[in-house]
Design a protein around this ligand. Structure first.
Ligand code: 7TS
Length: 408
């Protein structure tokens, strides 16, 4: 089991001094996680001692910056077991990863009448770029439904996933239900009909070991800021031969080999997809993030979060009138989106905030999911390696107080 007290000491924001009045209970890591000192220091050291642009200078400072930035890419490649660092494209966030593929791969490979398969539990980042592509091309977007437990209903998969399907893009872990989807089974089904696959790993890479070669997915995207890393940096993984064949997404500096007034040629991977000055401090910070998570151990983090999720669902079941949406703890990552009778989720979140408890209320960028449940919004508590059972107890106490205030 993780030594959570030791881990918490790595996160300055979680120290009592930062919130002297009511100790912070941060239960919104699915939106964005907290950052350990090692990450803050890696960024700070770059900015203070070797700040310079990358891939440009002949001078030492720029070489140091380039080396640290490219070392971070190699660390990320190892972390997700990519064959080659060239398969790791640094983007701003998972959202940009989807947009990149929907443009670059999509423009070249999708035609009128083709089908793009998603699921009903996707975050908007894995819906809207495909809808835009479908509109441009006259393609059709279809969705695998989920059942009353928030689990994908695969009974009609053979009708949805056919030789017309050009790409099947789905989340490994739902950001609302917490459902852990059967990624390898779905990839195998897509391959059987010749469809490409893209995995939304925004809620998976931070919480469990992920191996892109074991998945054998074509593309996979995630964000640094949900895995204890900085904002402004994310990753698009793609198989090398696919990325080689794809045209650039954005044009500008760094992504070219040669520019004349008539035409341009492209840089090698991964830089072909990285136009302009990148997020250098953030990239270096992401390298430190990967070191940190690797040191703690992804399998250990996953096991601890499973324990927390069981604990949380048990504890929340003691609040009368509260319903947690999604599957039982055994099929779930550390996310509990709930409703409490007819109370407005924003009212719940506001009252919890008075007790120092930070949860998210809203549709969590998954409006189609909420619409299917007949809900406008839910309140969501989400957990990470620094969450304690005592914090979950505080949430439950807070919810009892909410019930009292509303005289339920
Ligand atoms: N995919 C999933 C499954 C997500 O949960 C999110 C962010 C994204 C993609 C997009 O990530 P971004 O970094 O590009 O914005 N999810 C959430 C959330 O649940 N609450 O706030 C952001």
């Amino acid at each position: 089991m993780l030594d959570v007290a030791k881990i918490r000491a790595d996160f300055p924001i979680l120290t009592v001094e930062s919130y002297p009045d009511v100790p912070l209970v941060f239960l919104d890591s699915a939106a964005s996680s907290q950052k350990p000192t090692a990450v803050l220091e890696a960024m700070d050291t770059y900015l203070r001692t070797y700040n310079a642009n990358v891939h440009r200078g002949i001078y030492r400072l720029s070489e140091d910056a380039t080396n640290a930035y490219e070392a971070a890419r190699a660390k990320v490649a190892r972390f997700i077991n990519a064959q080659d660092a060239a398969e790791v494209i640094f983007v701003r966030n998972a959202t940009e990863g989807f947009n990149l593929v929907a443009y670059s791969w999509g423009e070249a490979n999708i035609s009128a009448g083709d089908e793009i398969l998603l699921t009903e539990m996707e975050h908007h980042a894995n819906i809207v770029p495909w809808q835009l592509l479908a509109q441009r091309k006259g393609a059709v977007v279809r969705y695998v439904p989920f059942d009353e437990n928030g689990v994908l209903d695969l009974s009609n998969l053979a009708e949805l996933l056919t030789e017309r399907t050009k790409i099947f893009s789905f989340t490994a872990v739902s950001n609302v239900f917490g459902t852990i989807n059967p990624v390898k089974q779905l990839i195998a089904a897509a391959k059987a009909v010749g469809a490409m696959t893209m995995i939304d790993a925004a809620q998976a890479v931070p919480h469990m070991p992920i191996d892109v070669q074991d998945f054998d997915c074509d593309f996979l995207a995630f964000s640094g800021h949900k895995m204890c890393g900085p904002t402004g940096i994310g990753v698009l993984y793609g198989k090398r031969e696919l990325l080689e064949a794809m045209p650039p997404f954005m044009g500008g500096g760094d992504m070219i080999r040669r520019v004349t007034l008539e035409k341009s040629t492209w840089n090698d991977l991964p830089w072909k997809f990285e136009a302009g000055t990148p997020s250098i401090a953030e990239g270096i910070g992401l390298g430190a993030t990967v070191d940190y998570l690797t040191h703690v151990g992804m399998a250990e983090i996953h096991a601890y979060e499973q324990y927390l999720t069981h604990y949380a669902l048990e504890a929340l079941s003691e609040v009368p009138g509260l319903k947690v949406w999604g599957p039982p703890a055994s099929q779930k990552a550390g996310v509990a989106a709930f409703t409490l009778e007819k109370l407005h989720p924003h009212d719940i979140a506001e009252l919890l905030d008075k007790d120092g408890i930070a949860v998210r209320a809203g549709h969590h960028c998954a409006m189609p999911l909420h619409k299917k449940l007949g809900l406008a919004a839910t309140t969501r508590a989400s957990f990470y390696l620094y969450t304690t059972p005592a914090e979950i107890d505080r949430l439950v106490e807070g919810l009892h107080r909410v019930r009292q205030i509303f005289r339920l």
